[in-house]
Design a protein around this ligand. Structure first.
Ligand code: B12
Length: 305
C-alpha cells in the first residue's frame, strides 16, 4: 500500500521516528506490515518517510502497549479512540518529558548551541500532541526566556535565537497541516498595538492540526481590514489574541467595529491573558472569550463538520 500524500523534506526518517517514539526500527516495520498502524510515504530513493501525525500515533501506540493493550486491537482505533484510552490513566511522565525539553532548550541557549536547541524543539514537536507542545513546552519556554532576558541572564541575541526557532518550526507545522485542511477557514490576527503574536500563531497551528484552513495574518491589524479579509475568504471564525493589558482601553471599540462589519454567522473568538482583564460588558454580542487552548479544541469539536 502506498501513502496518498507527497514527500516533504520536513518529514521523518524511520531512524528519527525510532528515536522519537522509543520503538525499534524492526518493531516499526513489523507493526506496519502486520497491522498497517501507519502508512509511511517513500522518498525518491524509496526510503520510508513519516509525517508528524504518524510519529504522534506511533508514540501513543507505544504508550498504550506499555500499559498492556494488545497492538492488534489498538491498530483498529482512530486517533480519538487512542487518545481516550490513554486519558483513562493520566500520564505523569508526559509533564516530566515536557519539562525536560524546556530545560534542554534553555541550557543549550545558555551555551549558544542553536543546533541543540533546534533538535530539542523538533523532537518535542514529533513527540507531543499540539496542545501539550504549546502548553507544556513552548509557552513556558518563551515566558522563561523573556524573564531571563529581563533579568539580564540572556542577551537579546539568545532571546531572538529561540524566538525565531519557535516561530519557524510552528510555522512549518502550520504549513504542513494546512495542506490537508478541509474544514472552514479561520482568520487569525491581533488588533492595533498588539505585537505579541506567539499565542496567536500557536492557536492557528492547533486549529490547522484539527483540519481547519488557517489564514494567519499576524499582529497589529485594523479591525476593518480583518473584517474585509474574513469576508473575502469566507471565514467561519475570526480569532484574535489579546495579551497586552495596557492596550485594552481601545479594544471594546475595535471589537465593535469588527463585529459590526461581519455577518452574524462569522464568530469572533478571543483568547490570551489580557482577556481576563476585559470587563464582560466591554465584549460585544457575537464575540466569545476562550479560556485556553483546551476550550479552543472543545469549541472546534462542537462545530458542525
Ligand atoms: C515575547 C514577549 C514580547 C515580545 C513579543 C514578540 C512577538 N512577536 O510575539 C516583544 C519583545 C515584542 C514584547 C514587547 C512588549 N511586551 Co512583552 N512579553 C513577551 C513574553 C516574554 C512572552 C510572551 C509569549 O510569547 N508567550 C508565549 C505564548 C505562547 O503565550 P501566551 O501569549 O500567553 O499565549 C497562550 C495563551 O494565552 C493562549 N492564547 C493566546 N492568544 C490566544 C488566542 C486564542 C484565539 C486562543 C484560543 C488562545 C490564545 O494560548 C497560548 C498558549 O497557551 C511575555 C511574558 C509573559 N509572562 O507572557 C511578555 C509580556 C506579555 N510583555 C509585556 C509587555 C509590558 C511588553 C511591552 C509593553 C514591553 C515594552 N515596554 O516595550 C512591549 C509591548 C509590545 C506591544 N505593543 O505589544 C507584559 C504584559 C503585561 C500586561 N499584562 O499587559 C508581559 C506579561 C511581561 C511582563 N511580565 O511584564 N514582548
Amino acid at each position: 500500500m502506498t501513502a496518498s500524500w507527497a514527500y516533504d523534506p520536513a518529514m521523518y526518517s524511520i531512524k528519527a521516528v525510532a528515536q522519537a517514539t522509543g520503538l525499534t526500527v524492526e518493531t516499526l516495520r513489523a507493526w506496519e506490515r502486520r497491522y498497517g498502524v501507519v502508512v509511511p510515504g517513500r522518498d525518491s530513493t524509496g526510503r520510508r518517510v513519516y509525517r508528524p501525525e504518524d510519529v504522534l500515533r506511533l508514540r501513543r501506540l507505544r504508550e498504550a502497549t506499555e500499559r498492556g493493550h494488545p497492538i492488534g486491537r489498538l491498530a483498529t482505533l482512530n486517533e480519538d479512540g487512542l487518545a481516550d484510552l490513554l486519558s483513562e490513566a493520566p500520564d505523569r511522565s508526559s509533564q516530566a518529558a515536557s519539562n525536560a525539553f524546556v530545560e534542554r532548550i534553555l541550557e543549550s541557549a545558555q551555551r549558544f548551541r542553536s543546533a541543540d536547541c533546534e533538535q530539542a524543539i523538533t523532537l518535542a514537536i514529533a513527540m507531543l500532541p499540539p496542545r501539550s507542545l504549546v502548553e507544556e513546552v513552548l509557552q513556558p519556554l518563551l515566558r522563561e526566556v523573556g524573564e531571563r532576558w529581563h533579568r539580564g541572564e540572556f542577551s537579546i541575541a539568545q532571546e531572538r535565537m529561540i524566538s525565531s526557532l519557535v516561530r519557524r518550526h510552528v510555522g512549518l507545522m502550520l504549513d504542513s497541516f494546512d495542506r490537508n485542511a478541509r474544514l472552514p477557514p479561520i482568520v487569525f490576527a491581533t488588533l492595533p498595538g498588539e505585537r505579541h503574536e506567539f499565542g496567536l500563531l500557536m492557536s492557528a497551528m492547533m486549529c490547522a492540526s484539527r483540519g481547519h484552513k488557517a489564514h494567519y495574518l499576524g499582529a497589529d491589524l485594523p479591525p476593518d481590514e480583518i473584517a474585509r479579509y474574513a469576508l473575502e475568504v469566507q471565514a467561519a471564525i475570526v480569532a484574535l489574541s489579546l495579551v497586552l493589558q495596557e492596550g485594552l482601553v481601545d479594544v471594546p471599540d475595535q471589537l465593535r467595529t469588527l463585529r459590526s462589519a461581519l455577518p452574524e454567522e462569522i464568530g469572533v473568538w478571543l483568547g490570551g491573558e489580557a482577556c481576563r482583564a476585559l470587563p464582560k460588558d466591554a465584549i460585544p454580542d457575537g464575540c466569545i472569550v476562550l479560556k485556553d487552548c483546551l476550550e479552543l479544541e472543545q469549541r472546534l469539536e462542537m462545530r458542525p463538520a
